[in-house]
Design a binder for this molecule. Structure first.
Ligand code: PGA
Length: 234
């Protein structure tokens, strides 16, 4: 089981309060160094595809490595919806991060309108295949996918374990197809969207769920520890 906490644009808990936590933390850029110094496995919330250049507001993979950061989220739905990130841009970010030696947690997921319109499968196949088309070799070992239905993020409305299973199976099958390897079985597929200490165990009981990407509940150190404990038990 793999647990990651996405602090978004919140200051988050004191890194010292998370000592001993078996999880990845994704703090805002200003807190990356503190989290690394506290010994936490630390991922950025995004990464640019170029090593440097005139890209105001962006941070590159070599810059993250210099800080001791271990990886980055890419393609979070807030980036896609609020900041215009495209499937192709997400693919470039993932490729650059992996080429630099970072880990990547790539987020995929459908909106409510897409689900209601019967387009969930199309969206998951497109987002997964564009992000990892042609990826080969050792870099696959550093890939994690987070299935995050947009309608479940920050809404208190969590996907059922059955909905997660169906989506995770599709993501794995798509990965197998585009990477030409049996990577789908090896790449961890996390569920994200309104995960709490109260609902985590039921999700972790589903064999297709390899862990969770936690937003709001990761801002509360005690709640985040409880989710990590549920993961260790599940
Ligand atoms: P949430 O966010 O747990 O607050 O729903 C999840 C995410 O956006 O990664």
């Amino acid at each position: 089981m793999l647990i990651a906490g996405n602090w978004k644009m919140f200051r988050g808990p004191d890194p010292e309060a998370l000592a001993g936590l078996d999880a990845i933390v994704c703090p805002p850029y200003t807190r990356l160094a503190d989290c690394v110094a506290a010994g936490l496995t630390t991922y950025a919330q995004n990464v640019h595809w170029e090593p440097e250049g005139a890209f105001t507001g962006e941070i590159s993979a070599p810059m993250l490595l210099e800080l001791g950061v271990a990886g980055a989220l890419v393609g979070h739905s807030e980036r896609r919806q609020l900041f215009g990130e495209t499937d192709a841009g997400v693919a470039r970010r993932a490729e650059a991060a992996l080429a630099a030696g970072l880990g990547v947690i790539a987020c995929v997921g459908e909106t409510l309108a897409e689900r209601d319109g019967g387009h969930t499968a199309d969206v998951l196949v497109r987002q997964t295949s564009v992000a990892f088309d042609g990826l080969r070799g050792e870099a696959l070992e550093r890939v994690v996918i987070a299935y995050e239905p947009v309608w479940a993020i920050g809404t208190g409305r969590v996907a059922t374990p059955e909905q997660a299973r169906e989506s995770h199976q599709l993501v794995r099958a798509t990965l197998d197809r585009v990477t030409g390897a049996h990577s789908g079985a090896r790449v961890p597929v996390l569920y994200g969207g309104s995960v709490t200490a109260a609902n985590a165990s039921a999700l972790f009981a589903e064999a297709e769920v390899d862990g969770a990407l936690v937003g709001g509940a990761s801002l509360d150190a005690a709640a985040f520890f409880r989710i990590a404990t549920a993961a260790a038990a599940g």
